[in-house]
Design a protein around this ligand. Structure first.
Ligand SMILES: Cc1ncc(COP(=O)(O)O)c(C=O)c1O
Length: 292
C-alpha cells in the first residue's frame, strides 16, 4: 500500500484524471481566484453583498425554490435543515440510507448535537425502495434521499420510484430532504430540469466543490421561512464568516461554466467507468450505464 506521499507524487506526475478536476495547489487556486474575480466585485460582509446574494438567488431559481442560503459546508447545511424540520414537527426521527453522509462521516453529530434519531432504511448495497419505507415502524420528521447515491457508484432510483417514495412521505406528513451533493450529475439520467427534480423535495442541499470547480461550500434551498431560520443556525454556529467571497467566487464561476455541460453530457467519469467494465481488476457499480 503506497503511503500518502507516494500517492501525492504519483498524482503530481499524472496528466489525465478520471475525476473531473485535477488536484490543485493552493497557489493554483489563488491564481484562479484572482483571474476569475472581476475587479468590481466587493467582499460580502457576513453574507450580505451582491456576489453572494446574487449567487443565492441564482441557485434558488435553478432549483425552483423560493430561497437559498450559501453555507461553508454540506455537513452544516444538512444538519441545520434536519434539525429545523425535526423541531417543527416535534419528532426526532429522520430516515436515511445506511451509507448516508450523516451516518458515516459526521461523527454522529446529528445525534449528539441535535438530538435527532437516525432510522437506517434498506440495505447498504441497494437503493432505498418504497417497500423499505413501508416497513419503517416509527413516526418520522423527515426522509433524506441522496441523489445520486455516492456509495452505490452514483446509482439513482427511477423517476417513478422517486415520485412514489416522495409521495409516500408527503402523504404521511413527512418532510423530504435531498442530499444533492452531486445533483449536477442527475440531469442526463432523469432528462428533467433540476427544478423538476427538486420539486419532489421540501429542502435541497447542493455542493459546489464536488462537481463544480469550487474550493468548498454548499447551498441549502427551500421555503423562505426555513431558509431564514437556517441563516440563524448558520450564523449562530459561526457558519457565516466575516466574508465568504473567496469561497463563493470559484463556485460562481464553476457554476456558470461547467454546470450547463454537466446537465447535458455524460460525465467523463461515467464514460471511463463503462470502459473499465471489461477489466478483470475493476468492478463497476452500477452495473449498467445511466441513460444519457
Ligand atoms: C453525499 C454527501 N453529502 C454530504 C457531504 C458533506 O459535504 P461537505 O464536505 O461540504 O460538508 C458529502 C461530502 O463528501 C457527501 O459526499
Amino acid at each position: 500500500m503506497p503511503d500518502t506521499r507516494d500517492v501525492a507524487r504519483i498524482q503530481a506526475e499524472c496528466t489525465r484524471f478520471v475525476f473531473y478536476h485535477p488536484p490543485k495547489t493552493p497557489r493554483d487556486i489563488l491564481a484562479e481566484l484572482s483571474a476569475f474575480t472581476a475587479p468590481e466585485v466587493d467582499s460580502d460582509i457576513y453574507g450580505k453583498g451582491d456576489l453572494i446574494e446574487g449567487f443565492e438567488a441564482e441557485i434558488a431559481a435553478l432549483l425552483g425554490k423560493p430561497a437559498a442560503v450559501f453555507m461553508p459546508s454540506g455537513t452544516m447545511a444538512q444538519q441545520i435543515a434536519l434539525r429545523i424540520w425535526a423541531d417543527r414537527k416535534g419528532v426526532r426521527q429522520i430516515a436515511f440510507h445506511p451509507t448516508c453522509h450523516l451516518e458515516l462521516h459526521e461523527q454522529q453529530a446529528y445525534r449528539e448535537m441535535h438530538h435527532l434519531q437516525g432510522v437506517l432504511v434498506g440495505d447498504r448495497y441497494h437503493l432505498i425502495t418504497l417497500d423499505d419505507l413501508k416497513h419503517i415502524p416509527v413516526p418520522l420528521a423527515a426522509l433524506l434521499l441522496e441523489l445520486p447515491q455516492r456509495y452505490l457508484g452514483g446509482a439513482l432510483p427511477s423517476w417513478e420510484d422517486l415520485n412514489a417514495q416522495t409521495a409516500w412521505a408527503h402523504e404521511r406528513g413527512i418532510v423530504t430532504h435531498m442530499d444533492g451533493a452531486r445533483l449536477w450529475e442527475c440531469k442526463p439520467f432523469y432528462r428533467r430540469e433540476y427544478a423538476e427534480i427538486a420539486a419532489l423535495f421540501d429542502t435541497v442541499y447542493v455542493s459546489f466543490y464536488k462537481i463544480l470547480d469550487g474550493i468548498a461550500g454548499a447551498a441549502l434551498a427551500g421555503p423562505e421561512d426555513l431558509i431564514a431560520e437556517a441563516r440563524l443556525g448558520s450564523g449562530g454556529t459561526a457558519g457565516t464568516w466575516c466574508t465568504c467571497t473567496p469561497s463563493c467566487c470559484l463556485p460562481a464561476k464553476g457554476w456558470r461554466s461547467t454546470c450547463p455541460a454537466w446537465g447535458t453530457t455524460t460525465p467523463k467519469r461515467s464514460r471511463s467507468r463503462w470502459r473499465w467494465r471489461a477489466s478483470p481488476i475493476w468492478k463497476s457499480r452500477p452495473t449498467h450505464p445511466t441513460r444519457t
